[in-house]
Ligand binder design. Structure first.
Ligand code: ADP
Ligand code: MG
Length: 433
């Protein structure tokens, strides 16, 4: 496990170098991980100067990198420790550092949109490999899939201290698979993943178009399934709706229990805001919880983002945050007006990228057309309340899976590519103005 945390940390440092090359330094390779208990990553620096530099310039990029690698929000702390030696870390008495301490069943608010998925996850965590295998959870971004997967692992660990559990994002699975091929360690790779009691893979839509990894995944799946080991998967769409996954995989995924999570209802959102505020030790009034819940509709991660902003700007003082403060702090984050049309979006995007509307609607697949087209879909999804089908219809009669694919692609790019991020910000500004 200690090795696991170290690998995770190395991956984070590598990601920082990509995200923020300007501030990356050669001595980043000398940084070591001091502690990582899920919510807080403590990093030991060679000296005070390094710690100061990181604190001032790199807190953001480390936070982003850690979030991308682990899949959840991580706080970063830089410190100096004279005695620290490279490679030595203290990870005594810890649960898996990948498991977020807050992502438990207790902290999951149950409502009509997620009740079935929640119950399925609890059932599976109590009897691995026997009732629903595989369990496949799907829903759009920020509806609590990763949270539930962490909770299953934690619960299974509590019930069965000796259970061999592997939790990883699909991206990581693919990366490890590729490294194993390159390093000639496929035998170890196979024996590691084919002998666990519980294999949990988050975001399997990542497998699409990765044929070789699909193949390995298929064999891993069959080996585990044949031995009645539990498999839990999540994705942003139902098995049959993930573009370019072969039938033999999707039919395997459908062979157990498939549970959908929908966007939370208003009442659930209010309860989630209250729960998250309590977890952070923030005091907010019911009015404020309702205000935030009314502001953010679908993505709970954004609800949390609103709370984080509130915490940073107004919550440091330990008084209760009132509605007026919340309005002042969050007012400009409110979702833009509903009367934005897809035509407005197409207009802004075509002007910005200097392409013609007819190009966006055509079958052309050159990068210079595909990107603006995908950005159109992404913006339409985020700034209007049109369905995926309607958005596809406006963009040359494309089907909803294409739109979904475009949205997840752009939202992924936005996280790692500052250029895309600023283009989206500029476009949003022009469209909502
Ligand atoms: P997904 O993996 O579906 O994109 P996450 O599991 O990362 O979404 O959830 C995003 C955030 O929302 C997490 O902080 C998670 O704890 C929180 N969240 C989602 N659903 C719930 C819920 N029902 N109760 C409490 N927190 C939730
Ligand atoms: Mg997730």
């Amino acid at each position: 496990m200690a090795k696991d945390a170290r690998e995770l940390f190395e991956a984070i440092v590598e990601r920082v170098k990509v995200l923020d090359p300007a501030n990356s330094r050669r001595w980043f390779d000398d940084l070591t991980i001091k502690n990582f208990d899920g919510g807080l990553l403590e990093i030991t620096c060679p000296d005070g100067e390094a710690a100061g530099f990181l604190q001032d310039n790199c807190t953001n990029s480390f936070t982003r990198a850690a979030q991308q690698i682990t899949g959840y929000l991580v706080s970063i702390k830089f410190s100096v420790d004279g005695k620290a030696e490279k490679g030595k870390i203290s990870l005594m008495n810890q649960t898996d550092p990948r498991l977020h301490p807050d992502y438990t069943f207790d902290n999951f608010v149950v409502g009509p949109a997620n009740r079935f998925a929640h119950a399925s996850c609890i059932a599976v965590s109590k009897s691995l490999g026997t009732i629903y295998n595989p369990l496949f959870i799907y829903g759009s971004v920020g509806v609590g899939k990763t949270h539930l997967l962490h909770a299953i692992c934690r619960e299974a660990r509590n019930n069965l201290a000796k259970a061999k559990i592997q939790f990883l994002s699909c991206e990581e699975f693919v990366n490890r698979f590729i490294s194993a091929i390159e390093a000639g360690t496929m035998a170890e790779f196979k024996s590691l993943y084919r002998t666990v009691d519980l294999l949990v893979i988050d975001d399997v839509q990542f497998l699409r178009e990765r044929e070789q990894s699909q193949e390995e995944f298929f064999h891993t799946f069959n080996a585990l399934y044949g031995n009645r080991r539990q498999i839990v998967l999540s994705a942003d769409a139902a098995p049959g709706q993930i573009p370019s996954l072969p039938e033999r995989l999707t039919s395997r995924f459908e062979g157990g229990l498939v549970a959908r999570i929908d966007a939370p209802t208003y009442e659930t959102r209010v309860a989630i805001v209250q729960k998250k505020a309590r977890l952070r030790g923030m005091k907010i009034s019911d009015e404020v919880a309702e205000y935030i819940a009314g502001m953010v509709k679908a993505n709970i991660r954004e609800l949390e983002g609103a709370l984080t902003t509130l915490y940073a700007l107004a919550g440091a003082a330990s008084e209760e945050i009132d509605l007026e403060t919340a309005r002042k702090t969050l007012g400009d984050r409110e979702m833009p007006d509903k009367n934005i049309t897809i035509t407005d979006i197409i207009k802004a995007v075509t002007v910005y990228y200097d392409v013609r509307p007819a190009d966006l609607q055509s079958k052309k697949r050159s990068q210079s057309i595909t990107k603006p087209r995908q950005i159109c879909m992404y913006l339409a999804r985020n700034l209007t309340s049109h369905s995926l089908e309607e958005i596809g219809g406006h963009l040359g009669g494309r089907d909803h899976t294409t739109v979904m694919h475009a949205c997840s692609k752009i939202s992924g790019l936005q996280q790692i590519d500052d250029k895309i991020q600023s283009q989206l910000a500029e476009l949003t500004k022009r469209i909502t103005k």
